[in-house]
Ligand binder design. Sequence first.
Ligand code: SF4
Length: 461
Amino acid sequence: MSHPKLANIFNEDEKKVDWHDKALWFVRHKRDLSAHRVKGWETLREFGHQIKAHTLANLDQYLIEFEKNALSNGIEVHWATNAEEHNKIVHRILKECQAKKVVKSKSMLTEECHLNPFLEERGIEVIDTDLGERIVQLAKESPSHIVLPAIHKNRHEVDDLFQQHLNTKPCNGDPQYLTQEARKHLREKFINADAAITGVNFAIAETGGFVVCTNEGNADMGAHLAPVHIACMGMEKLIPKQDHLGVFLRLLARSATGQPITTYSSHFKTPAKGFKMHIVIVDNGRSEQLGKPDFRASLHCIRCGACMNTCPIYRRSGGHSYNYTIPGPIGSILSPGKDLKKHSSLPFASTLCGSCSDVCPVKIDIHSQLYKWRQIITKEMKQPMLKRKSMKIMGSLFSNPTQFNRFAKFCRWALRNLPKSILYAKINVWGKSRELPKGPKMSFTEWHQNRENTKRMKNNG
Ligand code: SF4
């Protein structure tokens, strides 16, 4: 289904839309307060942008450097060209160590590769250990946000879900009780896990180590208790030097939730004695995106989610309406590169207000890329007849001031005089969920001209 259709489904529950909107705006506001407290925030963003651009321009060298250093640290390095290869590699490693129970911390890459169903079909239990991820896993849903995976669920829904799956008592959505129960449930999973899977936030070419950021410490619990740690990493996660971490760690948490730093920024470099550490480096379409100069910068993304929290469309249509692993503005520029036809409605799910680009900690020109995708989609894909015709009419109106003024005059008259049954007829999508404004008697230009004329007459005495 296209974005407008899925957004319509989300919009059926107005109350939910309102609190979803408010909850995300609250996070956006916290981001603003936190960013404004940092002197030189804009310089930090610029550093982040430049480091990422430099890394991507020299990615081949940095990948080789990272592999060399990781191998010498005792980490086994694997390469996967696509999602299927990634899943097969992870499965092979788990099979070799006879792992049947796996704990996994939040990793959007494994969501992108659909790793959980792949392993579950092969008899391996995978438990998502991030609380939000565990909630959506129990609900058999996908995350609706990259940082707040269960933001579309309220505490009462979580209460019901836990009663059903974890045998908890009804608690009227008491967050403390629910978190305690989740903790007990997950502790048992951590203790009995045969292997742990984590994502990678930053991999450092210079040291061959990597960093995983969580707020719950679940990546550490998994990786330190289980004898095997598999880290799955998109190949764009590289940064050249350890020193660069200071830039990204300061940007990431502030942009994501307004925290100065994530509660746990866990550095992994060498497997402990008797433990094994693997890293799977995945391409899965990233090289192709890298080869598109207009869209290359989308690979700068550090997955903070700020562009989602600020986007008026995301906030009122929900993450699932994007029908793609990464929702929101950044998902709308990544997804058409994967499957233009399937995701052709996403670049249009934006007001092009530019707020996404303004908050992006690594200065991705998100709204410009959305606009570029629109142009490509309009050229390459057949648009619905109504849209084609109306765009042609609007194009000719906008390019002829006389015609435009006449049309605008007619619209103002229509807004004042036509009956509601015509103004709000089905064909007028603008009137579908909003009150149309009262038509003013004159246009702004006419009003301005009148004002200037009056002024001139007064001045002339
Ligand atoms: S595009 Fe920018 S704002 Fe959006 S998730 Fe990525 S880094 Fe964050």
